[in-house]
Structures are given as C-alpha cells and as structure tokens.
Design a protein around this ligand. Sequence first.
Ligand code: F0G
Length: 451
Amino acid sequence: MNDNLHQLRCFGCGARIRGAEAQPDFRCAACGELFEVEYPGWEQRKGPDRPNAGALKWLWRERRCSSEAVDHSGVWRFRELLPILESFGNAVTLREGNTPLYPLTRNARALGMDQLFAKHQGMNPTGSFKDTGMTAALSVAKERGFEWVACASTGNTSAAMAAYAARAGLRSLVLIPEGKIAWGKLSQAMDYGAVTCQLNTDFDGCLRLLTEIVRQSPIYLLNSVNPYRLEGQKTPAIEIAEAFDWMVPDHVIVPGGNLGNSSALGKGFKEMHELGLIARMPRISVIQAEGANPLSRFFRAHRGAAFEPVEAHTRATAIRIGNPASWRKAARVIEETGGWCLDVTEAEIAIAKAEIGAEGLGCEPASAVTLAGLKKLRANGRVAASESTVLVLTGHTLKDADYTIDFHRGTLLNDQEKSGREAEIEKLRRNAVVVDATPAAVLSALKEQAG
Ligand code: F0G
C-alpha cells in the first residue's frame, strides 16, 4: 500500500493514522467512528502547484484507447485521484467502470423535465456498482498479503467480492441473511467459489458478526466500512463529470442502504471541486425504501435528534438495511450539497422499476428508488423542470428476476400496498401468456395485449 501518498482520517475525532495501522474492523480506536482516505499531498499542491486539470482530463480520456488492463478500467484510469497502491501493476481488475450514461427520454417527458439521465452501474462486470469499490479494496488486500477476504452482504457486495477474490487467487467468505437475498446474487457467490454462509439474521446482524470474526482471525474486511472501497466507488462521479464535459449535472440521485455509495460519490465530487477539475458540486440526494429508512427519518426529525436504527423490511432486498454504517458520511454529503433524503413506498418502487424497464434499460428494485424519489421531489416542487438530473442505477435487472416476474404476474404487491395505484400498475404490467402454438392464437394474444 502506498502509505506515502495517503493516510486515514477519522470521520469522528479527526485522528490520522497510516493505512497499515487500521484496526481489522476499520473503526477508530479512540472514538469508534469510520475512517476516510485522505491525500496530504493535495493540500500542499494548492495554488500554482495544484495538478493540471486540463492535462489530467486529457490523460484519462486517452487511457480509454490503451490496451493496458489498468487503463481500460474505469476506476484505475483515474488512478491519480486514488493513489492507494504501492504499484498499479497490483490492481485486480475486471475492466469495471466506464459505464453508460443513458438519456431517460420517456421518463423525462412524463416528469416534464428537459434532461434526465441514468448512470447505469448495473453494466459493471458482476452487474452492480460494487465492482468499482471492490477492485480498489481487494487490490489493497492483495498488496497487504491477505489470503482471506470477507463481507456481510445483501447480495451484490458478495457477488463482486467473490469474483475479484477469485481473479486475485484469494479465498473469500460471504455472510448473507438467509432467504433475504435475490437468487441471482447468491448464485454468483457460489459460481465464483466463495464460502457462503446463510445466517438466520438480517444484514445488520451479519455485519455485526463479521466484525467480531475479523477481530479474531487474519481476514480482510471488504464491507464499505473499509475506506478503500469508497475510493473506487467515487470514480463514477468522475465519469459523470467527464460525460457532462466537466460541467456537472445539477442533481445526482442515489439509493441509500448502508450509505457507502452516496458517501463515496460525494467524496468524488468534493475532491474534483477542491482540485479544480469542476467548478461546482451537484446536489446529491439519497432515497431509501419506506421500510428501511433510518436516514430519511433522521432528516425528518427535528435538528439535534439522535440517529435511530430501524428493523428493516422491503422487497428491494439490496437496501434492506436498518443500521447503516456510513450514515454520518452520507448525512454530511446531503447537507453540504443541499440535497434531500426521503423514502418511497413498495408500490412506488415497483412502478418506477417498470418505468425504467419500459425504456429498455431495466434495473434492480433498489435502483428504482431513485426515479420514485425524483417523482416525489418533482411533485412537491423541489426539483425544477430545467434541472439536469442523473439517477444512479446501482444494479442490473437480471439480479432479481423473481421480483420482475412477480410484478408482471401481479403477485408482487398486496392490496394494501397497491391501494390507489391499481390503474398505474395495470398499465405497466406485461404478463407472459400461455397460448396454443398456432399463428391465430399468437395474433389474438397480440391483439389483446396491444389493445
Ligand atoms: N443498490 C444496490 C443494488 C445495492 O446492492 C446496494 C447495497 C445499494 C443500492 C445501497 O448502497 O449500501 O452503499 O448505500 N448493497 C449492499 C450489498 C449492502 O451487500 O450488496 P449503499
């Protein structure tokens, strides 16, 4: 690890330590808070010595045409902004990042907005945004000589970790809540050879248990409490800025679970701003599911109220998290950028997911909270028609095919959840019908559904 160029700073008490001195659970020994990676050299380079923004932008674009694996990666192509490795030759990469930014034309029209985009992080190698963080933190684990890595997960972190560990020749241990993760994700952990334990508890329980385990054994913890994860996960912010020709959109909307991703994107935009790569920060908003909404409750409560974990329930299993580790970091990002935090219902998530699907993109349920949240923000007048907005779609639609099929079959939501939204839901449903193997039967089915 490159301890000369970076250090870890406690988010609570501000204590600074070298990377190698971090506790196995990545908590501050003095105050128990999380750390974030800091690059002291950047302070000294303020003024005439700051990095040449124009040269970096040119270099990053050029690297896309290189045949080197690290240059092809949408994380390591920006390596000047994450100097965390001793040698970038040690980077374990699956060519993550460089994900597409799609216009959401029909949804924009429905919302009366001029510019609405989806940054589709589901287009990463294992189908979720976790790959960008995993390439960073797993490469650190490899440089530090660990043989085992581990994570607690609602599914995507474990899929990404298992894949990157396998590429690096490391062994991986996955702790997941039994029966509460999508099959696609579980199958990935198995496919990539992880030791997978399904525990009779929720995500928060899995993470608590794993924290105890890593204190007892030399296993490297790869949850987003690991600050190197966030260094990789900040790079989509750079890609968004690059795609907007370094003008940045007005508003970026992210789903909130353990709240690592919103913290990472905020850090990415903030560092670019400090280094003079962009002139301003976008507003960053975080959307949670109504049944897993501790941060949204915190923002709704009066100032100075304590943060209260909740017992989480939602079919968007990726964000079924009641006690998010990075809530302080995410809260600061929202406050500093003037964003919002709110929650959306199960029906709102399902409808938004179908609407993203109908644009030919698709995403997993947790990602769809972004569109559901934007609709609310538009309805209550907080977002203007002219504001350019990017929704961060965090996972691929195939991650949780059961959810999609249940929605289109009409079995996903109960009457109470659907109440008042029945017509909207019926309009979006496209159930697969069983018909006779004759042209007449197929044409009649076509007539029925098209009508
Ligand atoms: N969207 C998807 C698809 C996710 O898998 C997650 C988190 C989130 C959003 C929320 O991101 O936790 O950084 O706020 N999934 C984790 C996992 C917890 O274990 O895969 P966050």
